[in-house]
Design a protein around this ligand. Structure first.
Ligand SMILES: Nc1nc2c(ncn2[C@@H]2O[C@H](COP(=O)(O)OP(=O)(O)OP(=O)(O)O)[C@@H](O)[C@H]2O)c(=O)[nH]1
Ligand SMILES: [Mg+2]
Length: 421
């Protein structure tokens, strides 16, 4: 299975159901009053963190998520059924960014707790049935409101695995071997570089109440930040960890170990300098080999806090895991970034704007007027009348007059054309 940790998707709420025109039917009364029901609400799109997923691979082929529309109203003032929300499961640890039209983005949510949810697109409101439009002057309204169009947007999902301790190092250092002896995880192990192609998680259980999650990150090499080897993108998965184990191949010569240590630290720094602020435990691997033992004695005075382990004999492993556990317990929780105040995807109710097309027509734009147009039944004079009345109330007429509109001039709103009068 492929490990996918970044995708872009599009989400859209469901449109509201249309309100309808209907009349009360009473015995011996030829035509009763208006009784057209309202449309139902369109569904929202909601993302939910689930522990059952561990990658974003499901989003590789399915990238569009649109909730169901609300049902239209029916006779006898009955409202249409509201649509169910579309709940889209994402792995725990998914960061949700909204992509703005100008290409900028902002963090909507960090879904790091199983079951946590965020609404990313809001369904449209149902249109009102003609029952609502009766007045003393208009007892038989022959128009209803259409359902509200729904919101939509593009999102970037980024998965940052939730682990307490990250294991980093060059290829072949023994990272996966350490994970395999420390946890029940069974990562692939081999004596060639880049055996591990994607991050591996394991739970380290020291005692019933003492456990933590370890992540084994694919090997880094010099220039990983520029794409060398497997690149450095997997480093995002250690960003949430509270402590790092830097494993160095004990079978390498001392100068090599020191140079490799600098290489790894540099790659960490280039990815995110904050990584170097957390505790990093330097560890020499393969202590069962005589040259590794020599290396350990040689390097101990030069690398502060240096430890050594053998995954083969188990020497030093338990001490290392306890040291990691203590460091995790005393380290502060790592905040990814303060999510912006949960902002639901609501189209701002902006005032309108008026421009002139080259042919002299006045073009009225703006969320509110366009939404109003989309909800208007232009097939009836009354529907049109209501549309005009609301525009007048919003001040559109006044503004048109100020801009020099004359009787008979063309006014365009959301693809509809009107004569100004
Ligand atoms: N003698 C000895 N060999 C070890 C020890 N730990 C790992 N090895 C060997 O070192 C080689 C590399 O081990 P891996 O665990 O695959 O190394 P890695 O760091 O995960 O490597 P990549 O996934 O390629 O980055 C394998 O042949 C292991 O058997 C150890 O403690 N002692
Ligand atoms: Mg490995």
């Amino acid at each position: 299975m492929q490990f996918i940790d970044e995708v872009t998707i599009a989400v859209g709420g469901g449109r509201g159901g249309d309100g309808i025109v209907a009349w009360r039917r009473e015995k011996y009364v030829p035509k009763g009053g208006p009784a057209g029901g309202d449309g139902g609400r369109g569904g929202d799109v909601v993302l939910e963190a689930t522990p059952e997923l561990s990658t974003l691979i499901d989003f590789r082929f399915k990238k569009q998520f649109v909730a169901e529309a609300g049902k239209p109203g029916s006779t006898s003032n009955k409202s249409g059924r509201g649509a169910l929300d579309l709940v889209v499961p994402v792995p725990v640890g998914t960061l949700v960014y909204r992509i703005e039209e100008d290409g900028g983005e902002f963090l909507l949510a960090d879904l790091s707790v199983p079951g946590e949810r965020i609404r990313v697109a809001k369904g449209g409101r149902g249109g009102l049935g003609n029952q609502h439009f009766a007045t003393s002057a208009r007892q038989a309204p022959r128009f209803a409101e259409k359902g509200e169009p729904a919101d939509g947007c593009s999102l970037r999902l980024e998965l940052k695995l939730l682990a307490d301790c990250g294991v980093v190092g060059l290829p072949n250092a023994g990272k996966s071997t350490l994970l395999s002896v420390a946890s029940a995880a069974r990562p692939k192990i081999a004596d060639y570089p880049f055996t591990t192609l994607e991050p591996q998680l394991g739970v380290v259980r020291l005692a019933p109440e003492e456990s933590f999650v370890m992540v084994d990150v694919p090997g880094l090499i010099e220039g990983a930040h520029a794409g060398s080897g497997l690149g450095d993108r997997f480093l995002r998965h250690i960003e949430r960890t509270r402590v790092l184990i830097h494993l160095m191949d004990g079978a390498s010569p001392a100068e090599r170990v020191l140079a490799d240590r600098a290489t790894i630290e540099n790659e960490l720094r280039l990815w995110n300098p904050a990584l170097l602020d957390r505790p990093i435990i330097p560890v020499l691997s393969k202590l069962d080999l005589p040259e590794a033992r020599e290396r350990f004695e040689e390097l101990r005075p030069q690398i502060e806090g240096l430890r050594a382990i053998s995954a083969v004999t188990g020497e030093g492993v338990r001490d290392l895991l306890y040291a990691a556990f203590r460091a995790i317990a005393s380290a502060p929780k790592v905040e990814i970034a303060e999510p912006d105040t949960p902002r639901f995807v609501l189209t701002p109710q902006e005032a309108f704007a008026i421009e002139r097309d080259p042919d002299g027509a006045f073009v009225v734009t703006g969320d509110r007027v366009e939404r109003l147009a989309a909800m208007t039944d232009f097939d009836t004079d009354e529907g049109l009348g209501r549309f005009e009345a609301i525009l007048a109330k919003m001040g559109v007429d006044k503004r048109l007059r100020e801009l020099g509109a004359q009787d008979g001039d063309t006014v365009r709103i959301a693809g509809h054309e009107f004569d100004y009068s």
